[in-house]
Design a protein around this ligand. Structure first.
Ligand code: FAD
Length: 381
């Protein structure tokens, strides 16, 4: 490990991998550090993505995909079902195999020229005159200082980089979903259809999901708005659901994780630093989906870093182009989804049932992404 790079990326998830790849592709010397010994494990994700834009990031091969998806059924608390189906029964999204997907993304970064060190943790930032100029790391029990022009924080929901840089304080409870998920087998599902269960009965301020990973196995999980958690924990709600829906199913794995749903209303760059993906709270506030947000924000940050260093100006103003790019792509989408989320989390089950009964009369063919769903929702009185 050298002592100096143009860019150090902290975190080897989708956001960090893309940032490292694009900074390296721009000719910069890049170090990507990941605290775990393997990229992609443990998986703390339901692994669902819409088809749109995926080929921009990786040539997906069968090994990256555990199940193509063609439809979704959304259940209201009283069981009213809204069925969404892709046009002509085409594939509309995937349940990924993130263990393999994340690894391929990091391999692409390495191929572009980034140095990758796993089992290497960031311990803190080196800040001089208010500007980030490096990272203190621990690699195989040895501490070291690495200097750089730009640090990209891609260290996930529990991000410390954003806090070390003074950009954010702790996330508010109303801005985070508390997630828990089982990988289940021996279950009776329609493999190309995801199921979502909405309302306080299932998950106050959140939802339960069944994301198939084959003919009789699926990620079955729950996200609960942290500010709505009282005596019953997310796992209590999930166990109740699993007993009802899959009384004979088997649990093969379990994972927990926080999902930011603030819509990213926090600073995402500063002096010598940019923050991407979950670390910057860049996730869809309605679905909690963050894979694509991490991929896009990583790409934008990596390209902005390359331009900045190549032009000899990596000032805060130069890095602000990252936020401009992000807002151009996602600003409006996030604003709309935040309004919908605020409406949803305060809905009673009776209101949700009424809305679902209206929506169940509509035709959802071809509606598989949130913007299309918003169009249908806005046609309800
Ligand atoms: P991460 O993938 O979290 O990667 C961050 C990396 O940084 C980790 O590998 C971590 O080990 C590393 N790291 C942390 N600290 C340090 C440090 N100090 N030094 C070095 N490395 C460090 N999104 C979807 O799009 N679809 C879904 O179906 C979906 N389901 C989800 C279900 C659950 C239960 C949860 C919790 C999340 C889900 N998400 C989903 C969200 C999605 O997983 C994240 O948005 C996505 O992984 C964000 O990518 P990232 O690169 O920003 O962060």
């Amino acid at each position: 490990m050298m002592d100096e790079y143009d860019v150090v990326v902290i975190g080897g998830g989708p956001g960090g991998a893309m940032a490292a790849r694009y900074a390296a592709a721009g000719g910069l010397s890049v170090l990507l550090i990941e605290k775990r010994q393997e990229i992609g494990t443990p998986v703390r994700c339901a692994e669902g993505v819409g088809l749109k834009d995926m080929d921009r990031f990786l040539d997906l091969e069968p090994r990256h995909i555990s199940q193509p998806i063609k439809g979704a059924t959304i259940y209201a608390p009283d069981g009213t079902a809204m069925k969404l189906r892709s046009k002509n029964d085409e594939v509309a999204g995937y349940i990924l195999e993130r263990k393999v997907f994340d690894r391929s993304l990091v391999e692409a970064a390495a191929r572009a020229g980034a140095s990758v060190f796993t089992k290497t943790s960031a311990l803190g930032l080196i800040i001089e005159k208010g500007t980030v100029v490096g990272v203190r790391v621990s690699r195989m029990d040895k501490e070291k200082e690495i200097r750089c022009k730009i640090v990209i924080g891609a260290d996930g929901t529990e991000s410390k980089v954003a806090r070390w840089a003074g950009l954010v304080s702790a996330i508010k409870l109303k801005d985070i979903e508390s997630g828990v998920q089982y990988l289940m087998t021996d279950i009776d599902i329609d493999p190309d259809n995801i199921e979502l269960y909405m309302g306080n009965r299932y998950a106050p301020g959140g939802y339960v999901w069944i994301f198939p990973k084959g003919k009789d196995r699926a990620n079955v999980g729950i996200g609960l708005l942290a500010s709505k958690i009282k005596e019953e924990r997310p796992i209590d709600y999930l166990n109740k659901f699993v007993q009802e829906r899959f009384p004979n199913g088997k649990i093969a794995e379990m994972n927990f994780g926080g999902i930011p749903v603030s819509g990213g209303n926090v600073p995402i760059y500063g002096k010598g630093v940019m923050i991407v993906g979950d670390a910057a709270q860049l996730t869809d506030p309605i679905t909690g989906g963050g894979i694509k947000c991490a991929l896009f924000s990583g790409e934008f940050a990596g390209k902005v870093a390359a331009n900045a260093v190549n032009s000899g100006d990596w000032s805060e103003k130069a890095l602000s182009k990252y936020k401009t790019e992000w807002d151009k792509m996602y600003g409006r989408y996030m604003r709309i989804n935040l309004i919908l989320k605020d409406y949803y989390v305060d809905m009673t089950d009776e209101e949700a049932n009424k809305l679902a009964r209206e929506l169940a009369k509509k035709d959802f063919t071809g509606v598989m992404e949130i913007p299309e769903l918003v169009k249908v929702l806005s046609s309800v009185d």
